[in-house]
Design a protein around this ligand. Structure first.
Ligand code: SF4
Length: 354
């Protein structure tokens, strides 16, 4: 039996951060982006993990700030002919797959994701082929090629329901690529799953011991944890969920303080919706240790103002445009549609992923 490759020790080279702009440069670049969005009949859609000024600009210009599926849905429904996706590569691909007739631009096509990097389509296909009797369920944070090999695509907010449904029908399941999210779902549903061994470089770094100490020092704070975090961190959580679910929890829970174990870009939306509450970053380094991502995705950080302006200025060139092979997109749509149909049946609101 072929086991999933172990990627625990794989370290991905992080991209350089965009050069910081002066206040004057920021103002000039924002004005340029606003003009270009109008001229190019384009709309800016940003993920919750992008920098606060990018999320603010998306809102200010009539775009949206959301999780990846909602970004794609918004882009699909919006009348603009061009979508500028401030996020990571698989989000641009999902937008293009769902809206092939539109031009989809990204500030930087090299903005990727450790889950995507850690799940090469050919190796994943080989793993699946070695277990032909298994139903393949993949997380939205994957390339179009991996989605095309899957039976189901899931986001973190509907993964539990879908796996529970498949398990109740007696399916044997392959899960990929995030091992922590897979472990969380397996524990919640009781389903046995063959697991790909990927991880998110941001959530994998949260430290249970330091989090436990921080919670002890803030006894009134609630701990919000994304399930891409290690099991020991999830065990301390007062609420576990996707980005959208954590934002909702921060609004609905009575606590005035929250310790948040997910990318700190999410603080923009949490603070906007609950300005009277205090949000604290969950610890990533532990005592004396260092962090690599430090609670902010290095690829999300590539979506700087300058890169957004350049993607619009060079929209007629290929260096910013997302292309998905139509045959691949057609295959990827099958498991995506299964999820959307399942959600519609449940009358569930499918939101949230990384
Ligand atoms: S935060 Fe993690 S899951 Fe999200 S894009 Fe970055 S590396 Fe991928």
């Amino acid at each position: 039996m072929l086991e999933a490759p172990v990627v625990d020790d794989l370290h991905y080279p992080f991209p350089p951060k965009p050069l910081p702009l002066t206040d004057a440069q920021k103002a000039e670049t924002k004005a340029r982006i606003k003009r270009l969005l109008q001229e190019k009949d384009a709309v800016l859609v940003a993920h919750y993990y992008t920098d606060p000024e990018i999320q603010a600009l998306a809102e200010e210009t009539g775009g949206c700030v959301a999780d990846s599926l909602e970004m794609a849905r918004f882009g699909n429904d919006h009348p603009a002919k061009t979508l500028v996706v401030a996020g990571v590569r698989f989000m641009g691909e999902t937008a293009k797959t769902l809206t092939p007739e539109k031009t989809v631009l990204m500030p930087n096509l090299d903005a990727t994701c450790s889950l995507d990097l850690g799940c090469p389509a050919d190796q994943f296909a080989e793993f699946c082929d070695a277990h032909p009797d298994h139903t393949v369920v993949v997380y939205a944070n994957t390339s179009a090629a991996v989605k095309a090999r899957a039976d189901w695509v899931v986001t973190s907010s509907i993964a539990l329901e879908i796996v529970e449904h498949l398990d109740s029908e007696g399916h044997q399941i392959i899960w990929g690529p995030d091992r922590h999210l897979g472990g969380y779902i397996a524990k919640q549903t009781g389903a046995e799953m063959l697991m790909w061994q990927g991880a998110c470089v941001v959530h994998d770094e949260f430290k249970a011991k330091a989090l436990f100490e921080l919670k002890a020092a803030n006894p009134n704070a609630a701990v919000l944890v994304h399930p891409e975090s290690p099991e020991s961190v999830v065990a301390i959580a007062d609420a576990v969920g996707s980005t959208s679910q954590l934002i909702k929890a921060s609004q609905e829970m009575d606590n005035d303080t929250f310790i948040v174990a997910t990318d700190k870009g999410i603080f923009y939306k949490m603070e906007q919706l609950s300005p009277e509450k205090t949000f604290i970053e969950a610890p990533t380094g532990g005592n004396g240790a260092t962090c690599r991502s430090c609670a902010h995705c290095p690829w999300m950080a590539m979506n700087g103002l300058d890169a957004i302006a350049k993607s619009l200025e060079n929209s007629d060139k290929s260096e910013h445009e997302v292309h998905v092979d139509p045959a691949l997109a057609e295959k990827a749509m099958i498991p995506l549609n299964r999820m959307l149909d399942f959600a519609a049946t449940l009358k569930a609101v499918v939101k949230g992923n990384a």
